[in-house]
Write a protein of this length. Structure first.
Length: 449
């Protein structure tokens, strides 16, 4: 999970509030110390951490409590709002308002810049834009080749010249072709650190290309150096935003996220995995909500949009309204779930599920089940898929042999189908609140949808 250690620490802190008999100054002091430890261990800027602590205390003592919420909920609300504030406060989207729209990427070696360009290109390609990438890193020998290979995999045009050593000449070489594209993503040179010659090169490119966005790519493991690096690049080429990479790894991430925000160069995207689709638009509210185990419905809906078309969604909705639900429908939903990514990542976006301590082994078993169920469904006849109630013991035996699984696995799928059908009947008649109440009962005390 994104920043798993920080997330677990913050969840434990919130549980203390939920379990406390009274919410008093002593509890607030204890809570603030826990938050300080969690944030400092995640490489969040020291001054920022102590400013946050002070604000939480002051707000709890001075702020008038809203009617209808308990002191516990009031304190959780303050913690959430202040964590959102230090994470960038509001979502900062890139508005594509011209053609071609130029995005220039900068960063030091090891930040994952070229890989991120591929992810960014795929992100916009999936949203209907015609995208091309331009390779202007002439210092790292493998850079043009790497960019070319990444673009080939996602069917994106790459403009490179492996022999030319002047980045401006490469850019001008293909200039007459750029008008064909909606978005140009430009790769630039990196160094081990922000050196004077790199600053000069980036200034020249910035003046000539006049990019609409200058994005700094920063790795999650950069730590406290994030703030000075972001400021350095901002002065060199007027950084307009940041992409934080490798948030799925061992990097603590807090430095990169908050270091970027205090320079007013907002975090635009975060890299949450190794695959080309593992890039998310950064939404501080959703991100903090996920850290606290409260889910991120906006990110979940965004992933769902990518996994299922509007027509498919309408079709499912109509079937549910008529109380229809076959194994084929379950199969289609399973495929859509798979497109959305690993089960663990999907569940952390569902409100409440992030608070449930589901063992990794259990989640891996669920992933394995999906694979088995796919083989089982492929071994059934169309008649059986449309009418699962007709599947008796002899049919279960035949299906199991055809799928190469046990009869217990087939029965497991049929049981899941019956449970899903029963749950989805609650939606018939347009009363999903019943379903929400069922989930509510399973959540830890003190947490609500």
């Amino acid at each position: 999970m994104v920043l798993e250690k920080l997330s677990n620490s913050l969840k434990e802190t919130l549980k203390k509030i939920a379990k406390a008999m009274f919410v008093d100054d002593k509890l607030v002091d204890e809570l603030v110390k826990d938050i300080q430890r969690a944030l400092l261990s995640a490489d969040v800027n020291v001054k920022l951490v102590f400013d946050l602590s002070k604000t939480i205390k002051e707000r709890f003592l001075k702020e008038k409590q809203l009617p209808g919420i308990s002191p516990r909920e009031h304190l959780i609300k303050i913690v959430y709002e202040e964590l959102v504030k230090i994470s960038g406060e509001e979502k900062s989207e890139i508005i594509i308002n011209k053609k071609p729209f130029k995005i220039m990427t900068v960063g030091v070696y090891g930040s994952g810049k070229t890989t991120t360009i591929g992810k960014l290109a795929k992100y916009y390609f999936k949203r209907g834009y015609k995208v091309a990438c331009i390779g202007l890193d002439v210092h790292r020998p493998a850079a043009p080749e790497q960019l070319e290979q990444i673009c080939k995999k996602i069917n994106i045009q790459a403009f490179i010249d492996k022999k030319e050593k002047n980045p401006l000449k490469i850019y001008k070489q293909f200039e007459n072709l750029y008008s064909k594209y909606d978005i140009l993503i430009i790769d630039t040179a990196g160094r081990d650190s922000l050196t004077q010659d790199l600053i000069q090169e980036l200034k020249k490119l910035n003046q000539e290309i006049k990019p609409d966005e200058n994005l700094l790519v920063m790795s999650a493991d950069i730590g406290q150096a994030a703030q000075s690096l972001a400021l350095g690049f901002k002065n060199a080429c007027n950084i307009t935003g940041v992409i934080v990479t490798k948030l799925d790894g061992t990097g603590k991430g807090g430095g990169a996220l908050t270091g970027a925000s205090v320079t007013n160069a907002k975090v635009k995207f975060i890299g949450v995995g190794e695959k080309v689709d593992d890039l998310e638009l950064f939404n501080p509210q959703g991100f903090v909500s996920r850290l606290l185990g409260m889910g991120d419905l906006e990110a979940l809906l965004e992933k769902a949009k990518e996994a299922i078309t509007e027509e498919e969604a309408k079709d499912i909705q109509e079937k549910l309204q008529h109380g229809e639900f076959s194994l084929l429908d379950l199969y289609e939903q399973m495929q859509a779930m798979k497109k959305m990514g690993p089960l663990s990542k999907v569940l952390e976006m569902v409100p409440g599920f992030g608070q449930l301590k589901m063992p990794k082994e259990m989640l891996e078993v669920q992933e394995g089940k999906l694979e088995k169920w796919k083989f089982i469904i492929n071994s059934m006849t169309k008649k059986e898929l449309n009418n699962p109630d007709m599947i008796d013991a002899s049919r279960i035996d035949r299906i199991a042999k055809g799928a190469g699984v046990s009869t217990g696995d087939v029965r497991d799928l049929l049981k899941q189908y019956k449970q899903s059908k029963k749950m989805l009947k609650l939606f018939k008649g347009g009363d999903p609140s019943k379903l929400m109440k069922k989930f509510q009962g399973r959540l830890p005390k003190g947490f609500k949808f």
